[in-house]
Design a protein around this ligand. Sequence first.
Ligand SMILES: NC(=O)c1ccc[n+]([C@@H]2O[C@H](COP(=O)([O-])OP(=O)(O)OC[C@H]3O[C@@H](n4cnc5c(N)ncnc54)[C@H](OP(=O)(O)O)[C@@H]3O)[C@@H](O)[C@H]2O)c1
Length: 308
Amino acid sequence: MSTALGYRAFGGADVQEFFDRPVPSPGPHEVLVRVVAAGVNPLDHLLRSGHVRALNGHLPFPQVLGMEAAGTVLAVGADVTGLAVDDRVAGFALTGAGTYAGTTLLSAGATARIPDAVPETWAATIPVAGTTALDVLDQVALPAGASVLVNGIGGGVGIVLAEMARDRGLVVVGTGSAAKRERVAATGALFVDYTAGDVVDRLREYAPGGFDAVLDMVGGASLRAVAPLAAKAEALVSVTDQSVAELGGAYVRRRLDRSGIERVAELMADRRIDPHITASYPLARADEALALVESGHAAGKVVIDMRL
Ligand SMILES: NC(=O)c1ccc[n+]([C@@H]2O[C@H](COP(=O)([O-])OP(=O)(O)OC[C@H]3O[C@@H](n4cnc5c(N)ncnc54)[C@H](OP(=O)(O)O)[C@@H]3O)[C@@H](O)[C@H]2O)c1
């Protein structure tokens, strides 16, 4: 048995409960992993709330929270290639096993070995935030020296996106609330406090002819406000709001594969990027970790560290 945080019905944080579950057996395309760290993401509470039932409406209860983890392989499914028992890995739990748990099943095609130089707490942030940042940057494929606006730069995806963009030689400007200013400045990005008024005018001062890409982490009215700042409509990409298509832009094309995780892990191993982990919680306080992310104003990444 291993302890897990999950829910037996869709709803608010009050439906969450800790329970013991049997150690699961890997299907043909899965690996069983002893979880060392799990990333905490907005999608976790959206799934719990029942807002994305296309992803989990068909799964039995109790469902366990969490989409991503890093840890050590305990067993591999019959058809798994490239991964072996005792490997240190990071990956997605795409088939609903959850990762706020002592053990879980990761999808082998979306799980990669991680270099020794990458701690599990960092690795646990790669599948969701890390590869989202990679995918959106690859999608716009900007040359060094190009300008990029990151709308919502202070959160889990935004901050690692700022790091990756700097590594590619891009000129980065980002929006966030005042509390994010110092952290964002540490990435080398320019910062605009969206709570201080006239955000679009102040952003335009940085790029009078428009940004070579506008990458949105926020959606809704905020996306609509910054969309005209893209030099070309097709240079507008949102990772969170599918209605970006109505503005001529595109939703992020997610690859969810092993090679993306490997590429982000290499960048971390070489210390070219830092995921900016700002809060680590033991599994026994995983509900607090998720509440912080559910507030909508977490800085950088929040992780659950099973060793705490
Ligand atoms: N499509 C995918 O595969 C994919 C993958 C990962 C994430 N996502 C989605 O992308 C979004 C961001 O994810 P995340 O992990 O970065 O979330 P997060 O860590 O919770 O960060 C969200 C950030 O948005 C900022 N923010 C809120 N309102 C803002 C506004 N009006 N202008 C500028 N910044 C604002 C908040 O900072 P302040 O405190 O400064 O407001 C917060 O730091 C979420 O909706 C998530 O579901 C999608």
